[in-house]
Design a protein around this ligand. Sequence first.
Ligand SMILES: [Zn+2]
Length: 349
Amino acid sequence: MMIRLIGLLCVWATLAPVVGAREPAADVPVIDSLEVSALPAGRHHFYFRAGWLSTGMPIHVPVVVLKGAEPGKRLLLTAAVHGDELNGIGVIHRLLEQLDAGALSGTLVAVPGVNQLGMAANNRRFPVSAGGGSYVDLNRNFPGTDEDTGPTAERFLGGLWQNLIKDNADMAVDIHTQTRGTAYPLFVFADFGNALSQQAAFLLGPDMIKNDPGQKGTLETSLMKAGIPAVTLEVGAPKVFQADLIARAVSGIKNLMRAHKMLDGEAVMPPMRPIVGSSYTNVYTETGGVAVLHVGLKDRVEKGQHVATLYDPFGQELKRYTAPHDGWVLAVATDPLREAGTMLVRILQ
Ligand SMILES: [Zn+2]
């Protein structure tokens, strides 16, 4: 009995300090504004306090600043503005493993998980709303508000925008994925009205690019409006790490950094030219049902081509869906259970 007790005490003594040491917040400074020009060269970790919960707890967002030994441009990378779009977290983590401040000119400001609350709640949206209202799509509400009143989500965005983002970036890549039950290839939204955004879109080496002025309220359009060239990089599918696409995105971002002299070496235009379009059409279900797709990502399709079939619960054909115009398959449904009015395929032209 005594030996058992001593054994237990030994196990406790070994575990106790290790558990304590694993608390990541213990030695990470909490900030509510960032000025990268004031930091010394090297790698810095922060928790950015972007508001408060009704419980009285702060909302902390992790930030990594890699400040180069030499001066240069400031590149902002953001991931998981939508809380279930995780490949971008993998992109930032893998990229940071490969970079060294001593070999960097300029500064990388990385936010590997903007929507911390959505991530924890397995939700695309920001799962806090006053009065039991709907959860908030953060990427339709940038740049938030800088007022002392207003919903938590808007104040969260306002804090990030005012005190972290707008004064610490010369260019930006906001990393997303398609939404739940669907997938993209490696794909960039960019506004070719800005030459640097257009160039960035190609340097990232995607499969496909959509040239458009962007949607109101996105981080990309808010940055562009503030005079900071930006693109939205879509990396595959949500709730998964796709190692091949993550590796390509890392390589594309390093290529962009070389083009802007942040890293040594020549930037290259990737040999495979991406498919470029300026509009797309979604083929939507009219009723719910079980979908079988007959096309895959990046496939060329022609107007009238049979792209998907919807079945009823007994396996009987409900409807055949066809391409409304010529183009290329930009996104596909990966979840065969389709609600009425949801996307089967998205065709870029
Ligand atoms: Zn997204």
